[in-house]
Design a protein around this ligand. Sequence first.
Ligand code: IMP
Ligand code: MG
Length: 181
Amino acid sequence: MMSDDIERISFSEEEIAARVRELGAQIAADYRDAQETVYCVGILKGAAVFFTDLVRAIDRPVCFDFMIVSSYGDATTTSGQVKILKDLDFSIENKHVVIVEDIIDSGTTMCYLRKMLEGRHPKSVRLCAFLSKPSRRVAPVEIDYLGYEVPDDFLIGYGLDYAEKYRNLPYIGVLKRSVYE
Ligand code: IMP
Ligand code: MG
């Protein structure tokens, strides 16, 4: 069973659901009077699970779009390059953009992505991340909506993977070291 590879559970299914409802309500409230379209942009694949829960917790009309990005080069430097494997389907000019990400680690990916999207003249860009590891940060990232700050453990589940496995775990847990050492 997948749970055999878990050291401990960080966030249960129930805790996650409650926090996602709060984030969705916060976003709905903040954009209540916005005239422009709100574009929720999910970063695949990690944010897929969080994205589908979050958008259903936002009680106002939103559009969906997705990007696939891959970080390469030295992830421990701020100059880390990010490759866009799938770009947005729609123009975001004069739209409100909410980037939805699973976890902000070094911040390299999001620092680059946010600047890139801001360059397309949207009305606004905000970031909603379910998890953040502030102790690992190399590039500065402003998170507008954050689920939880977490310590520097390797986490899996709720979209987060280790070697493409465990994304479908309904909770978030710490992977046993014996699995990857
Ligand atoms: P960053 O550019 O270092 O912030 O990279 C963030 C990306 O690294 C996330 O979108 C995840 O795909 C991945 N990542 C970072 N920490 C973890 C973790 O603990 N478990 C699984 N994936 C992680
Ligand atoms: Mg990711």
